[in-house]
Write a protein that binds this ligand. Structure first.
Ligand code: PSU
Ligand code: MN
Length: 305
């Protein structure tokens, strides 16, 4: 594949060319996932954490129609200040945004696409999109799942929030042939909490083995990625009863207001953050940092040639 739209930051390009570990980061979490200024502070802290763990960070976004792998501090600040005004860009948004020279904050799906174009194999985030509750009538299933089925990037997350139907999300991933790994756990973590009641496909306890499994997948030419779910550290996890009640209320309110399409996830995220008065935000920040550490260390094993 060759395209004139991809723009890889010099530091990232150098790392890829010389086989140094690189970790991709998404930008919807900056524009739509957290409020300003915590979004910018967190994005910069996550980048620093990746550096502290021996890898080069590549935050991904669409700026002026360019698919950027590696943003400057100013570009991160720009996306953070514009917040929800930036277009949330999933796979289907790419053609028009690029042709128009517009900006876009990349979801998990789009970040995977651009990471793969740049040659980056590991990506750290907070939560992924999935099958929404009630999807049997709304058909609201995140494009993130289709991307995991076709694009060769390892996504390190803290599981999925119960704004989704976690059982249906796992069924969908199984159908699509996406391995769901629990890092140090047999149970799928549910973002704010370490437990969900659902099992992962495999438990893996070391970064080295995570890398080995993904290398095997790539070597066999099996298309698609791998989902690594990393539980939030115990001390930052939230009370499941409390957070699940907050999420249930947010889902009901979204239904009542008739929110649909791409607005659903940002609406639910904002509602939960608002109701919990920042408590969930603190957990959210910590779990992203935790995932950044795991992704950076795993990328080191993947970059050994
Ligand atoms: N879930 C979270 N935090 C997020 C998102 C999801 O807990 O920030 C964002 C991610 O960018 C994800 C996107 O890729 O929302 C999914 O949106 P949708 O459900 O519309 O596909
Ligand atoms: Mn959707």
């Amino acid at each position: 594949m060759n395209n004139n739209y991809l723009s890889v930051a010099p530091e990232v390009a150098e790392a890829i060319a010389t086989g140094k570990p690189v970790v991709a980061l998404e930008s919807t979490i900056i524009s739509h996932g957290m409020p300003y200024p915590q979004n910018v502070e967190t994005a910069l802290r996550v980048e620093q954490t990746i550096r502290d763990n021996g890898a080069v960070p590549a935050t991904i976004a669409i700026i002026g129609g360019k698919l950027k792998a590696g943003l400057s501090r100013e570009e991160i600040e720009y996306l953070g200040v514009k917040g929800q005004e930036v277009v949330k860009a999933s796979r289907r948004d790419l053609p028009v945004l690029v042709a128009r020279g517009a900006d876009g904050a990349t979801t998990v799906a789009t970040t995977m696409i651009i990471a793969a174009m740049a040659g980056i194999k590991v990506f750290a985030t907070g939560g992924i999109g999935g099958v929404h509750r009630g999807a049997e009538t709304t058909m609201d299933i995140s494009a993130d799942l289709e991307e995991l089925a076709q694009t060769p990037v390892m996504v390190v997350c803290a599981g999925a929030k119960s704004i989704l139907d976690l059982g249906l999300t796992l069924e969908y991933l199984e159908t699509k042939g996406v391995p769901v790994i629990g890092f140090g756990t047999d149970e799928l973590p549910a973002f704010y909490t370490r437990k969900s009641g659902y099992s992962v496909d495999y438990r893996i306890d070391t970064e080295k083995e995570l890398a080995a499994a993904f290398k095997a997948k790539l070597s066999m030419g099996l298309k698609g990625g791998m989902l690594v779910t990393n539980p939030i550290p115990e001390c930052y996890s939230m009370d499941p009863e409390y957070i699940n009640k907050v999420i249930d209320d947010a889902v009901k309110e979204a239904e009542r207001l008739g929110i649909h399409g791409k607005k659903v996830t940002p609406f639910l995220l904002a509602k939960v953050a608002e109701t919990t008065a920042g408590e969930s935000l603190a957990s959210n920040i910590q779990l992203v940092l935790n995932n950044a550490v795991l992704a950076a260390r795993t990328a080191a094993y993947l970059s050994v040639r």
